[in-house]
Design a protein around this ligand. Structure first.
Ligand SMILES: Nc1ncnc2c1ncn2[C@@H]1O[C@H](COP(=O)(O)OP(=O)(O)OP(=O)(O)O)[C@@H](O)[C@H]1O
Length: 257
């Protein structure tokens, strides 16, 4: 049986990002296909978070195109752009929950913004998202300040999933978690990915998270993507940053087989 042709979900072409005199991205090209889990790696300050922000429409690139589901995100009017952005979910580094809102209201927030659902439906949808991230319905009454670090990540993930996105972006999903909680959170992301058939792009500095979660690794160096391939294939890429990085993960790859 032949495998289906890859279906691009996110295509970035000739993208430039310039902040003042700093060129962050230069002629950057990247394609992410449906169903892939791609980690974005690169040195500190290489522009990983900025690239995620371009993909979700929060920051306009200086030049170039970001096509989401075949549509040019940054060249659209506000209403269709918002509709397109509703097909994405983003988990921010610190969770970015609204501190004055309960867990329930945090997850309900994007649903209420849509103005399409009544409160009974919103309640059902929120409770479903809480169960997806393995939290009890009672947790909905708590405030973010009453949650552990791991729970904050779960609630932030539930909120990112509220609109049932096709593409999920995660910025440092396991940052600040101890190794056990980090492993549990990675397992949860994997389960949800399979259950919902998501495409995932994530940034991490944690090599265990990277090895455990990635189908592919996109490497940002010299202001562009210098590799976008499986972890094993990285070993064949002739680039000093990639080679150095690969040495760092080789032992872990051998351990996981
Ligand atoms: N809005 C902005 N205005 C000016 N400079 C910015 C802005 N946003 C980011 N930068 C700069 O762009 C560069 C890339 O930042 P970014 O946060 O995307 O890097 P990163 O690869 O995610 O870094 P890290 O791994 O350390 O989190 C940094 O030098 C940062 O200071």
């Amino acid at each position: 049986m032949s495998t289906p042709a890859p279906r691009p979900i996110c295509e970035i072409h000739k993208l430039w990002t310039v902040f003042g005199r700093n060129i962050i991205h230069q002629d950057l090209e990247l394609t992410i296909n449906a169903g892939e889990v791609v980690s974005l790696v690169g040195g500190s300050g290489s522009g990983k978070t900025t690239l995620l922000r371009h993909i979700v429409g929060l920051t306009q690139p200086t030049r170039g195109e970001v096509l989401l589901f075949g549509k040019n995100l940054h060249a659209m009017d506000r209403v269709p752009q918002q509709r397109l952005m509703n097909r994405l979910g983003m988990l921010f580094q610190q969770g970015a929950l609204f501190s004055a809102l309960s867990v329930f209201d945090n997850i309900a927030f994007p649903l209420r913004e849509l103005r399409q659902f009544n409160e009974a439906t919103i309640r059902q949808l929120v409770l479903h998202k809480l169960s997806l991230v393995e939290m009890e319905p009672d947790a909905g009454n708590r405030l973010p300040s009453q949650l552990s670090g791991g729970m904050i990540k779960r609630v932030a993930l539930a909120r990112a999933l509220a609109l049932e996105p096709e593409l999920l972006l995660l910025d440092e999903p396991t940052a600040g978690l101890d190794p056990e909680r980090s492993e549990n959170f990675v397992e949860l992301i994997k389960q949800i990915k399979h259950a919902l058939g998501l495409t995932v792009i994530f940034v991490t500095h944690d090599l265990d998270t990277l090895v455990s979660l990635s189908d592919k690794v996109a490497v940002l160096a010299d202001q562009r993507i210098v590799a976008n391939c499986s972890l094993q294939e990285l070993g064949h890429i002739d680039h000093p940053f990639v080679q150095n990085f690969f040495q760092g993960i080789r032992v872990r790859l051998e351990r996981t087989g």
